[in-house]
Design a protein around this ligand. Structure first.
Ligand SMILES: Cc1cc2nc3c(=O)[nH]c(=O)nc-3n(C[C@H](O)[C@H](O)[C@H](O)COP(=O)(O)OP(=O)(O)OC[C@H]3O[C@@H](n4cnc5c(N)ncnc54)[C@H](O)[C@@H]3O)c2cc1C
Length: 323
């Protein structure tokens, strides 16, 4: 079984989720006595290839056509297929990030491949790949097996580790991708989040606020605790819909799926659609003034109290520990 890992990068930087895909793909290849190759797409990505040696890659294909500077499903699909042909890969592993969730089904359809999306665990038994994926907003786990190859597997971000190992030499291969007449859409504009702001899907600690914060003027309390913990700010959907916080911070079924080590939910009721995005967090702390709020059923630790008082008290305590 030869495996290709599509390693996502953005703004000339490798994404953590891309490295998780590479490490998982490398493990899968080694368990099945197959080869592992990686693919980087976009401008300046060649400079990142050597870095991948630490994460299990020995051969890295690089597609840096000018037309691939900005995601398009057709352009990236062609790059992945070209790399699969070059690497003689029959399995492609990528992360189910916003881009991956768009690209993976496009690839599977074009390759007429077995499609195993949004996995939280993978096993391979005698060359057969078996995965688990959450369904019904995280209430159930579905077990899926690929009955044929090729296969396209996408991994839920943060569900798999990106372990750094010994740096090994990397062979970089420039990939020719024939894009003539293939690209049907064009990236018109991309707006970056404020510089230095940590994205919820990459963060190891998240402090999220809900409608219980009462208004946007109180979100500085969430920001201050997040800053003290060196974490990111998250939000529930009504908070985003009301314009209190940007959509990039929304956690849940229609927002981002996160899996940090610590998730602090302040003034969030714990609706199933919110839980769908944060349930796999390692430790969940809930702050809610209603002792019967559903969020407490999913929380490891609960504080029954007014978030407007509890948040500054926690920030003060963390700041004291930091000194
Ligand atoms: C198709 C669909 C998709 C959805 N997608 C998402 C999604 O991606 N993400 C998401 O979050 N939601 C999503 N929702 C909405 C979801 O159903 C809930 O409505 C939403 O999560 C509730 O947000 P909330 O907990 O902030 O607000 P509320 O449900 O209003 O809860 C506020 C909580 O704050 C508590 N509270 C009030 N005052 C205080 C205080 N001073 N201190 C402490 N606690 C206090 C209350 O007891 C309450 O538990 C979706 C809904 C649908 C139908």
């Amino acid at each position: 079984m030869n495996i290709l890992a599509f390693v996502e990068s953005r703004g000339g930087k490798l994404r953590g989720a891309g490295l998780e895909a590479l490490c998982t793909a490398a493990d899968l290849a080694s368990n099945n006595h197959g080869t592992i190759s990686a693919l980087l797409v976009g401008a300046n990505s060649a400079g990142l290839a050597n870095e991948l040696g630490k994460y299990g890659a020995s051969k890295v294909y690089v597609a840096d056509n000018a037309e691939l500077n900005g995601y398009t499903p057709e352009g990236y699909r062609e790059a992945v297929i070209a790399a699969m042909i070059a690497a003689q890969a029959d399995v492609v592993v990528l992360s189910a990030t916003v881009m991956g969730r768009d690209l993976a089904p496009v690839l599977a359809a074009r390759l007429k491949a077995a499609f195993l999306p949004d996995c939280v665990s993978i096993e391979s038994d005698g060359g057969k790949i078996v995965v688990k994926r959450p369904v019904y907003a995280g209430r159930c786990l579905m077990t899926l097996a690929a009955t044929s190859l090729p296969a396209v597997i996408s991994l839920r971000p943060k569900a798999f580790p990106a372990n750094v190992g010994d740096a090994r030499p990397v062979e970089t291969v420039k990939l020719a991708v024939d894009l003539a007449g293939k690209i049907k859409s064009r990236l018109v504009e991309e707006r970056a989040e404020a510089v230095g702001k940590l994205d919820v899907s990459e963060a190891d600690i998240i402090v999220a606020g809900g409608r219980g914060l009462k208004g946007p003027e109180n979100f500085h309390l969430v920001e201050e605790l997040a800053a003290a913990l060196k974490g990111a700010v998250g939000a529930s959907r009504p908070v985003v819909d009301s314009g209190w916080r940007p959509h990039a911070e929304q956690v849940g079924q229609t927002g981002k799926v996160v899996g940090p080590t610590l998730y602090i939910a302040a003034g969030i009721s714990g609706a199933i659609q919110h839980l769908a995005g944060m349930r796999s967090s390692k430790v969940i702390v809930a702050i809610n003034k209603d002792a019967d709020a559903p969020i407490f059923k999913s929380a490891d630790y609960g504080i029954v109290g007014d978030a407007l008082e509890v948040l500054p008290a926690l920030t003060k305590a963390v700041q004291a520990l930091n000194h």
